[in-house]
Design a protein around this ligand. Structure first.
Ligand code: HEC
Ligand code: HEC
Length: 425
């Protein structure tokens, strides 16, 4: 165990602690009463052992006057470039227990104390959003536009369709995954363990099966280090978080890291250090003002890098697509796939400079078949715009197109090493 010495709620045990807690809560209640605010103001509850049957019991999100939003002290955040999940939009929040603070790990990942809770709510804008018709079950929209979202991570419920809310909870034994699926009334999200298929329809795309992962599948992506096999957050990293967010109210538009620092939730001193070691801010994949290279790498980093890194679940493929990778061969340039046949589309290399149609990477991004598609989990649809970005990146690769040189080099190399071993043997 990591030997954290934080005062998580689970350390408040025994009669003395209980008395302290009771005394403290009556002082708080009195203070709240004197300050004139409602004492029943929702506050998150850290469930140290069991997962409650409904999302509401965590008190991370609340519905008021038709608007779903974070409760007191729960901070919404966005990523520079997010994971593609069948065009779903996501409301992400972070909560740290009172009096605690996050630091940075060596790779720029935020290190959160026991008791922290991360949430991600998947939803789609409704096709009829804005019309009085309201809660019809018609087609949803596949658009990047922020529809039905108010400042401060609040969602107008008659403009969006809520699908599921996933949690990562930092317990004494490490990060644990929990998942809740919203009912049609959009009032209640219930605990689910075995996964679920939700038939949806997106305007302009058609009908598809949205797959809520089985709770065991969370690890396929979140156990980013196969040897340790423990779950970890993926997006909570300096390079993904370093951007502006509209918090609304008095705070307004502000840099997310600066906001967390100002709230005392993030170690200020560690930021500069992390910025120098953990690499720079990730580009926004759709930002035409950023370089094609930066956009493509940010896209591959968040969509593929959690499996395709040198410690990750796809390490045996030899393909590493995380932001830190620099070796062309590891990025797939003129690299032969580990397994021939299915999943290669009869192409020879993962990435052929200047030739997207000859690149296995493009083939697998465009694939639908569960045995061929990449990522291998987490989508039913092809991300047309993401595919287009990677195609362009490969098409506009600097230098001479093709892999002929490398291919004959490696053929010569293996021929000469075969000769070498024969002459030695
Ligand atoms: C296909 C891979 C994949 C699967 C499967 C997956 N996740 Fe994630 N998850 C990601 C990625 C990548 C991010 C960060 C990018 C983003 O949020 O868009 C993320 C983000 C999250 C976050 C926000 C905090 C963070 O890690 O950045 C939560 C909470 C979360 N996932 C929970 C779950 C749970 C619970 C499950 C299983 C029910 C699950 N995830 C399954 C890839 C996956
Ligand atoms: C959930 C984990 C996971 C994610 C996410 C993932 N992959 Fe993979 N990938 C694998 C595994 C495991 C293999 C090896 C088995 C195989 O080829 O199917 C692999 C193999 C590959 C290969 C063949 C590599 C070789 O040289 O053998 C390519 C190309 C590829 N992935 C591309 C991608 C791209 C592009 C993304 C992101 C858009 C991605 N993958 C996301 C798990 C993943």
């Amino acid at each position: 165990m990591s030997g954290r010495s934080l005062q998580g709620p689970q350390s408040l045990q025994g009669p003395r602690a209980l008395a302290r807690l009771t005394a403290l809560s009556s002082v708080l209640a009195l203070a709240a009463f004197l300050a004139g605010c409602a004492p029943q103001e929702a506050q998150p509850v850290f469930h140290a052992e069991r997962n409650p049957a409904t999302l509401a019991e965590w008190r991370l999100l609340q519905i008021r006057a038709g608007v779903l939003g974070p409760t007191d002290g729960v901070i919404p955040y966005e990523l520079n470039t997010p994971l593609f999940s069948d065009y779903a939009h996501k409301l992400r929040t972070v909560w740290l227990p009172a009096g605690t603070r996050a630091g940075y790990g060596a790779d720029g990942a935020l290190q959160l104390p026991v008791g922290s809770i991360l949430s991600k709510t998947f939803y789609y804008p409704r096709r009829d959003a804005g019309n009085a018709a309201g809660a019809s079950q018609g087609a949803l929209r596949a658009t990047a536009e922020a529809i039905g979202v108010l400042a401060g991570g609040r969602l107008v419920l008659d403009q969006v369709q809520l699908i599921e809310t996933r949690l990562l909870v930092q317990r004494a034994q490490g990060w644990q995954a929990v998942s809740y699926v919203w009912d049609d009334s959009q009032r209640t999200a219930r605990l689910q363990r075995v996964g679920e298929i939700i038939p949806l329809e997106l305007a302009g795309i058609g009908k598809f099966d949205y797959v809520v992962p089985d709770i065991n599948q969370c690890a396929a992506c979140h156990a980013t280090d196969v040897k340790r096999a423990t779950l970890a957050p993926i997006g909570l990293n300096f390079r993904h978080l370093d951007r502006e967010h509209d918090y609304g109210g008095e705070v307004g538009q502000k840099n997310q890291l600066a906001h967390l620092e100002q709230l005392g939730l993030l170690d200020v001193a560690a930021r500069a250090e992390s910025a120098s070691s953990g690499g720079s801010r990730a580009a926004l994949w759709g930002d035409e003002s950023a370089s094609l290279e930066a956009r493509a790498r940010a896209y591959l980093d968040i969509n593929c890098g959690h499996c395709h890194n040198r410690q990750g679940p796809a390490d045996t493929s030899g393909l590493a697509l995380d932001a830190a990778e620099t070796a062309p061969i590891a990025l797939g340039v003129c690299k032969s796939p580990v397994a021939a046949g299915r999943g290669t589309g009869n192409k020879k290399f993962d990435l052929v400079p200047g030739r997207p149609d000859e690149s296995i990477m493009v083939y697998r991004l465009a694939a639908h078949d569960p045995g061929e598609m990449m990522p291998e989990l987490g989508r039913s649809l092809v991300h047309r715009e993401g595919l287009e970005l990677i195609r362009r990146w490969i098409a506009e690769w600097p230098g001479a197109p093709g892999c002929a040189q490398e291919a004959s080099n490696s053929a010569r190399q293996s021929a000469s090493s075969a000769r070498l071993s024969r002459s030695q043997g």
